[in-house]
Design a protein around this ligand. Structure first.
Ligand code: FES
Length: 354
C-alpha cells in the first residue's frame, strides 16, 4: 500500500510525495525531484535526520552515530532508511529553496461568498486539479488578490479531504482583500493560490488537546476538527477541548459547525466567550478565563492556538503565572490585513514550541 508523506521545510513550505510499498522516504523524495539533505544514504552519517510529527514507520538500519536511541524514541528519524507504514508528516531540515522545491500555484475559482456580518466572509473556492492540492489541517495558502499586486494569507477552514476549499476572511479598513471582496468579487472569479504553507497543523493525538481560537483564528481549528471527524473511526483516545473567543457577538461564526463536531466527535467539547461586556453570550471575557485545571492536565497537554499577537502573549503569560509548560504549544499569530495574515510560529525540528 502506498503512503502520502508530507515534507515540511523550515520556511513553512510543505510538499507531499508518495512512497510505494517498501520504498524509503529518501527514494520517494528523490523520484519527486525533492532534494532533502543526504550524504551517505546508508544510515551512517545522520545528515538526513528529520523529525516525525505523525505516523508509523520502520526506522530501518543505522548506527548510533547517525541516530541515538534517545533521539529515535523522541521521534527523530532517518529518511534514507525509514520505510513508511502509514501516512507521515516529517519536519525536514533545510529550506524548500535548498531542496529546490517551491510552493505550487493553483488557479482557484470563486464558488461562493458568504458574509456572516459586515466584517467576516466565508469564501468557497474550487481548484480543477484538487487531487494535487494536498495540505495538512491547520495550514494556509497565499492568495494573490485579484486586480492588485497584494498577497494575503488565509488558513483553510475546510478539511483536507473536502472537494471545495473554504476560508474565513476578516475584513480590514481599506485592506486589499476587503476592497476586492466588498466591491469587485463575483462567483466565477479566478484567484491564484500558492501553498500549502505553515507548520501549524494537527499532530497525532497522544495526550489531551486544548485548542484556543481568537476571532477568525477559528478557521485552522475547524480544519483540524474536520480531519478528526472524518479521519477517525472512533473517538480520540484523549479529550479535545476548544475555547473560542471573540470581541463582539457579531464576530461569532460557525457555532453550528462546532456543535456538529461536538455531536459527532466523541471526546470533543467547546466553549466560547465574548469580550464585550454588553454581549448576550453567557461567557463574557477572554479565552484564558475559561481554561480549567482539568484541561491543562498538569501540563501534559498539546495546545493549539490561533489568534492575534496579543492573544498569544496573553496565553504565554497565563502559562508563566501558573508555572505551566504544556507538553507542546503550537501557535499561529495573525494580523488582519498584513501582507502575510498568518505568521507561522514553526516548531523547531525538536517538534515543539514551549
Ligand atoms: Fe546519512 Fe541518511 S544520509 S544517515
Amino acid at each position: 500500500m502506498s503512503h502520502q508523506i508530507a515534507l515540511s521545510f523550515e520556511d513553512g513550505v510543505t510538499r507531499f510525495v508518495t512512497a510505494h510499498p517498501n520504498e524509503t522516504v529518501a527514494d520517494a523524495a528523490y523520484k519527486a525531484r525533492i532534494n532533502i539533505p543526504f550524504d551517505c544514504r546508508d544510515g551512517a552519517c545522520g545528515t538526513c535526520k528529520a523529525f516525525c510529527e505523525s505516523g508509523k514507520y520502520d526506522g530501518g538500519d543505522y548506527i548510533d552515530e547517525a541516530l541515538t536511541e534517545d533521539e529515535a524514541e523522541k521521534g527523530f528519524c532517518l529518511p534514507c532508511q525509514m520505510v513508511p507504514e502509514s501516512d507521515l508528516v516529517l519536519q525536514v531540515s533545510g529550506t524548500s529553496e535548498m531542496a529546490k522545491v517551491s510552493a505550487t500555484t493553483f488557479p482557484a475559482t470563486v464558488r461562493e461568498l458568504t458574509w456572516f456580518a459586515d466584517n467576516t466572509a466565508a469564501v468557497t473556492l474550487e481548484v480543477e486539479n484538487r487531487g494535487e492540492l494536498k495540505f495538512l489541517p491547520g495550514q494556509y495558502m497565499n492568495f494573490a488578490v485579484p486586480g492588485t499586486d497584494a498577497v494575503r494569507s488565509y488558513s483553510f477552514s475546510s478539511g483536507p479531504a473536502a472537494d471545495e476549499l473554504r476560508f474565513l476572511i476578516r475584513t480590514a479598513p481599506d485592506g486589499a482583500m476587503t476592497t476586492y471582496l466588498k466591491e469587485r468579487a463575483a462567483v466565477g472569479d479566478t484567484v491564484p493560490l500558492t501553498g500549502p504553507m505553515g507548520s501549524f497543523f494537527l499532530r497525532d493525538i497522544k495526550r489531551p488537546v486544548l485548542m484556543l481560537a481568537g476571532g477568525t483564528g477559528i478557521a485552522p481549528l475547524l480544519s483540524m476538527l474536520e480531519k478528526i471527524a472524518t479521519g477517525l473511526e472512533e473517538a480520540p483516545a484523549y479529550p479535545v477541548h476548544l475555547v473560542y473567543g471573540v470581541t463582539f457577538d457579531k464576530d461569532l461564526v460557525e457555532l453550528e459547525k462546532l456543535q456538529r463536531y461536538a455531536d459527532v466527535i466523541g471526546n470533543f467539547s467547546f466553549d466560547y466567550c465574548v469580550a464585550d461586556p454588553a454581549s448576550a453570550a453567557e461567557n463574557k471575557g477572554y479565552v484564558t478565563q475559561y481554561i480549567t485545571a482539568g484541561q491543562l492536565n498538569d501540563g501534559d497537554v498539546d495546545v493549539y492556538l490561533c489568534g492575534p499577537p496579543a492573544m498569544v502573549d496573553a496565553v504565554r503569560k497565563y502559562w508563566d503565572a501558573r508555572g505551566i509548560t504544556p507538553a507542546n504549544f503550537y501557535y499561529e499569530r495573525f494580523a488582519v490585513g498584513a501582507t502575510s495574515a498568518v505568521a507561522p510560529a514553526a516548531p523547531a525540528l525538536a517538534g515543539a514550541t514551549a
